[in-house]
Write a protein that binds this ligand. Structure first.
Ligand code: HEC
Length: 130
């Protein structure tokens, strides 16, 4: 009897760990965007995140010297190829001769996550890459 309970417990812990791992690692592009990008690019992608237009006690603080890309602008976003977008996300703004305020995410996100994010940005701008 004790042995059986022990076995069941082990199986349950295994199953719980599997489920937990599954959810923790399978963040959608939208979740990644909200977590990693929205503070600058805004929840809606318009480039007006909390860091871009900072406020404290209702007073406007100085803005960033370069404003984050508006990911909903099809005019701006269609100038970038999908590869440009992926390089900017992976290696940061400086790598594509843009502002280094845009941080590199190549060590934080997997290649697949960066591809998914690129597709998500294409949904936001309703545009294709050049
Ligand atoms: C600390 C603020 C900040 C964060 C966080 C941030 N960005 Fe940016 N991003 C910027 C700024 C500022 C620019 C504009 C750079 C420029 O135009 O010189 C930019 C530009 C971009 C561009 C356009 C690059 C180009 O070649 O025009 C893309 C694409 C982009 N960001 C995607 C993302 C994604 C996806 C994330 C989240 C994984 C993210 N950014 C997180 C600040 C940020």
């Amino acid at each position: 009897m004790i042995k059986k309970i022990f076995l069941v417990t082990i199986i349950l812990i295994g199953a719980a760990a599997f489920v937990w791992k599954g959810t923790a690692f399978a963040a959608t592009a939208e979740e990644n965007y909200k977590f990693y990008c929205a503070q600058c690019h805004g929840l809606d992608g318009k480039g007006e995140g909390a860091n871009a237009k900072p406020k404290a006690f209702g007073i406007d603080l100085p803005e960033m010297s370069v404003t984050p890309r508006n990911h909903t602008s099809s005019e701006d976003m269609s100038k970038l190829s999908d590869t440009d977008v992926q390089n900017a996300i992976s290696d940061g703004g400086a790598s594509v001769s843009k502002s280094s305020i845009m941080p590199p995410f190549g060590k934080t996100l997997t290649e697949a996550e960066i591809k998914d994010l690129t597709a998500y940005l294409r949904k936001l701008c309703k545009c294709k890459g050049k």
